[in-house]
Design a protein around this ligand. Structure first.
Ligand SMILES: C[S@@+](CC[C@H](N)C(=O)[O-])C[C@H]1O[C@@H](n2cnc3c(N)ncnc32)[C@H](O)[C@@H]1O
Length: 328
C-alpha cells in the first residue's frame, strides 16, 4: 500500500525529464558511466540492500513508512533495497541525472509493485525541504563524506525521520584508519628504494595523490566547497552528532551492509586486504606497483593484521545505524 502522505507530497514536486525534482541537477565530479568499471562492480547485486533490510529487522527498526536513499550513484544499494524493503514506497535520489538514469535502468524487468519506486534529483544540502516525519529509513552508501554541511544534514534527517525509524550509512571513511593507511604509504618509497626497486614517476604520482587526498580529507581547516570528497569521520564525531539530534548510534566496525545478508556472518577482511583494495580501486594504483607493495611492505602490514587478530580493527569504515526513538 503506498503511503498517502508520501503520494500527496510527491504530487506537489516539479518534474524534470521524467524525474521528480527537489534540487537542481548537478553532475558527479567524475564520469558516471565509468564508475562501476573503476570499482570493479559488475551486474547489479542484491546483497547490499538485502543485508541492510536484514539489519533493520534484527535491530527492530520500524520500516512501516517510506524509504529514502541519498546519493544512489549506480544503484549498488538501491537494487537490493528496492527488492527487500518492506515499507510502502522507496524514493531513490542523487543530484546527478546520469546516475539516476543508470540506476533506473537496473529496474527494466517488471517489478512486483512498480509504483513503490520513485526517482528524484536531490542534493543533501536541500534536505530541509522534505516533510517532517515522512521517512522510516534514510539509507546511504559512501555518500556522507561528500556532504558539505554535515551538522545541518543530521538536523534535517532527524526532522524528516519518523519516530522508530533509522538512518543507515555504509562504506563511510573512518579517520584513524585512513591516516594509518597514509602513514603506511609514507614508507613505500623508502622501502622499495632500500630493496633496490626503482620508483617509476607514475608510481610516485599515484602515491602523492593518495597521501595528499587523505591529508585533505582529514583537515578541518580547509575550504571544501568545490571538492567532491570532503570529510573523514571519527566514530565519536558521529556519535556526538547523533546525540545532539536525539538519535542513538550503533556502529558495526568495518562491516558492510552485505555482511548481514546470508550466508555470511559479519566478518572484516583485515587491514592489509582493505589497504590493497583501496589503493587498487579507489586510488587506481597499477598492478605492478601493488605487487611490489605486497612484497616489500609485508612485515608492516602483517604487524597491523596481527594486532587485530583477536578483534575487529583498526576502524577504516563500517555501518552506522542512527535510530530515532519511537514515540512514548
Ligand atoms: C562515492 S559515490 C557512492 C554512490 C553509491 N551510493 C555507491 O555506494 O556506489 C557518492 C554519491 O553521492 C552523490 N553525492 C555527492 N554529493 C552529494 C550531495 N551533496 N547530496 C547528495 N548526494 C551527493 C554523488 O552523486 C554519488 O552518487
Amino acid at each position: 500500500m503506498p503511503s498517502a502522505d508520501f503520494t500527496s507530497w510527491t504530487k506537489t514536486l516539479p518534474q524534470w525529464h521524467g524525474l521528480l525534482r527537489i534540487s537542481p541537477e548537478r553532475p558527479y565530479a567524475h564520469a558516471e558511466d565509468l564508475y562501476d568499471a573503476q570499482y570493479g562492480v559488475g551486474t547489479a547485486e542484491p546483497e547490499e540492500g538485502q543485508g541492510l533490510c536484514i539489519l533493520l529487522q534484527q535491530q527492530a527498526v520500524d520500516t512501516s513508512g517510506p524509504a529514502l536513499e541519498i546519493g544512489c550513484g549506480t544503484g549498488r544499494l538501491s537494487y537490493g533495497l528496492a527488492r527487500h524493503y518492506p515499507g510502502p514506497d522507496f524514493l531513490v535520489t542523487d543530484p546527478s541525472p546520469t546516475f539516476l538514469r543508470i540506476t533506473q535502468n537496473q529496474f527494466v524487468e517488471p517489478q512486483p509493485d512498480a509504483t513503490r519506486l520513485h526517482f528524484a534529483l536531490l542534493n543533501a544540502d536541500d534536505l530541509g525541504q522534505l516533510p517532517e516525519e515522512m521517512f522510516s529509513l534514510i539509507a546511504m552508501r559512501s555518500t556522507l563524506h561528500h556532504i558539505l554541511q554535515v551538522e545541518e544534514f543530521f538536523a534535517s534527517c532527524a526532522r524528516t525521520l519518523r519516530p522508530g525509524g533509522a538512518i543507515a550509512m555504509g562504506a563511510e571513511p573512518v579517520e584513524a584508519g585512513y591516516v594509518l593507511m597514509a602513514a603506511v604509504a609514507q614508507a613505500i618509497a623508502p622501502t622499495l628504494k632500500a630493496a633496490g626497486v626503482t620508483m617509476k614517476p607514475a608510481w610516485q604520482a599515484q602515491l602523492t595523490n593518495f597521501t595528499d587526498t587523505v591529508q585533505f580529507y582529514c583537515r578541518r581547516d580547509l575550504v571544501k566547497v568545490t571538492a567532491e570528497d570532503k570529510h573523514l569521520f571519527t566514530t565519536h564525531d558521529l556519535s556526538d552528532l547523533a546525540q545532539s539530534h536525539g538519535l542513538h548510534l550503533k556502529y558495526f566496525p568495518n562491516a558492510t551492509f552485505s555482511d548481514f545478508a546470508p550466508p555470511e556472518a559479519p566478518e572484516f577482511e583485515g587491514f592489509s586486504v582493505f589497504f590493497h583494495t583501496y589503493l587498487k580501486y579507489c586510488m587506481q594504483f597499477d598492478e605492478e606497483f601493488l605487487s611490489e607493495i605486497r612484497l616489500h611492505l609485508q612485515s608492516q602490514l602483517k604487524f597491523i593484521d596481527e594486532c587485530y587478530s583477536s578483534h575487529v580493527g583498526p576502524a577504516v569504515t563500517g555501518v552506522f545505524l542512527f535510530r530515532k526513538p519511537a514515540q512514548q
